[in-house]
Write a new protein. Sequence first.
Lengths: 322, 428
Amino acid sequence: MSLSATTAPPSPATPPPDVAARRRRGSLLNRLDLKYSPYLYIAPFFLIFGVFGLYPMLRTAWMSLHDWDMIGDKTFIGLDNYTQLLSDDYFWNALVNTFGIFALATIPQLLLALFLANLLNRTMLRAKTFFRMAIFVPNVVSVAAVAIVFGMLFQRDFGLFNWLLSFVGVDQIDWRAQSWSSWTAIATMVNWRWIGYNTLILLAGMQAIPKDLYEAAAIDGAGPWRQFWQITLPMLKPTFLFVVILSTIGGMQLFTEPLLFANGSIIGGNQREFQTLAMYMYEKGIYNLSTAGYGAAVAWAIFMIIVLVSLINFILVRRSAK
Amino acid sequence: MSLTTRRTRMAATALAAVLAAGGLAACGKDDDKPAEGEKPAKLVVDTFGEMGYDELVKQYEQQTGIKVELRKTAQLGEYRPKLVRYLATGKGAADVTALEEGILNEFKANPRNWADLTPLVADHSTEYLPWKWELGKAPDGRLIGLPTDVGSLAVCYRKDLFQAAGLPTERDQVSALWPDWNGFHQTGQKYKQATGKGFIDSITAVSNGVLFQQGTDLFYDQENNVIADSSPAVKAAWETATSMVDISAKASTWSPEWSGGFKQGTFAATFCPSWMLGIVADNSGEANKGKWDVASVPGGSGNWGGSWLAVPEQSKYPKEAAKLAEFLTNATSQVEAFKLKGPLPTNLEALKNEAFLSYTNEYFSNAPTGKIFGESVANIKPIHFGPKHQAVKENAFEPAMRAFENGQASKDKAWEQFTKDAQTQGAF
């Protein structure tokens, strides 16, 4: 019996030749199976990602190097689109709007989600499952429906919010006419939709914290407030990072809510008060047929910004965890 | 072999496979045009809004034995991106495609996407409104669209609100109130004094009216240079519209304030191309039936909207598709479509048709809309739209005007905003 490089390691007792051969063949299949089938199992994801994720990304990168007319000529112009982007006032305006809405949407949203998750985590709460389900309902509603309903609530003439504000003596607000008011309105839609979702994720994170930590703290005389600050919050950091990064991605790609709030106008307000980056990308890349290449450059700029913001988040959370 | 290199190799193989798949898909364009004279099993027609072709395509099926599929999209805003996708990918476009006035120009900028209809249909150049026929031609001389309808222009007004303000309500008397825009402004001021409410929905509605009456170059000159800051027509529309800010209800067209305003009576008049009548009726609801009426527009005829039928180059049956477009735009068909859904004919014979001229609209106090719009059609002066007319109007002109209307910017600042944006929006 010759031992080639591919055979299995020698077994302690030498079996009869035919049995050995069979076992060798079996173990070869076995090893192939061990080595390669995991790749086979994950292959569908990578194939789909490749076709619908990677390929469009590379294609967009390629487009961004061209003066690209969607239904006409395409000329290679190198990095001109990106240089132009840096001095484009409306791009920076969209960036400021996006971050403004992002701040108004994310900070209160995560604080409130944390508060609600802590409330739902209490052991003495009745009908827990009902509340946990109920809080998720806004997330199931279609974003277009949310935007249309809130668009009506924030109407100038017959809107509910202006009607309510009139009782406390506030004059009619044209919500779409200033940055602060339009950002608030859009952030309200985002908050309404995503607070429940984030609450559930944070709640799951809280439930993974070992109970004995709390018991030990209680024996040492720590009240609920102190337990929250010194056990729940530090232990929740990885979950928090996850939630923050997801909110960042969502916030940077904000599109439907501001678009419908603007009654479908892609410039978002008379003076672009609430045009987000994604809307600007659409304006240049799809609405204006002849500037698709420039739109692709905006798309890549959004991608870079998301990567950058996520990295900053990651570093901040990791450093404070040390 | 180390683990890392193996991983890299796996990744590279996967990447190569993906790129190959993408490449294959890109190469998969089918060039299998059918043999000459082969009869198509089915033709597809793409329309937006309501063009009134439902019955006509059934007739055509019976006459020719070719099945016709009518694909309707409710709004132009959804229709345009779909059409762009069909043209950009070279796949999926209908054999006959409706192109609206505002988007026609940007598609004309790349005429190669459209079949030249001149050799495919008989010569109809004298049968339609001459300017409408001319607009269907691309800069390189190809005929890419056969005329369907025009919008024309009229004023819709609320009789009950007029009466409450002590204004006349009969349509002829109302028309006599405003022979020109000055008269319109004065009537509005009287209304405002009597009721304290806005008279017209918004100043952009006024600017649309003025713009479309000019009959000259608007945002572009004949060579398609952007002339937004020096165009007399644009300046006229700007001045007339901004002067009427005192009688405006500040409800911009298509906004929730606007559609809600019809029911609430926040304004007493708005500008109505004939396709707008249905929208006014829908927004006002059954409760306000008979309260609206139609009067003539101040300052002479104008046109807002209207479409053409074109055949995309990618159609497998350009000849048969052109025949179908020819059928849908002939005089009889245009009258049929008008009776069904209201698009105003452009065929000269259809415009003289008795059934068309005697038509009255029940919702609008039985106004003889066929006669009102039909008469105004003859006086429409052709307008030269540039390639990005719609983008300049929607994303530069009107936003600046609204910023002024809402008090967000002074008149000078708003004009500055418009001329700056017009350059970026108008570039092509």
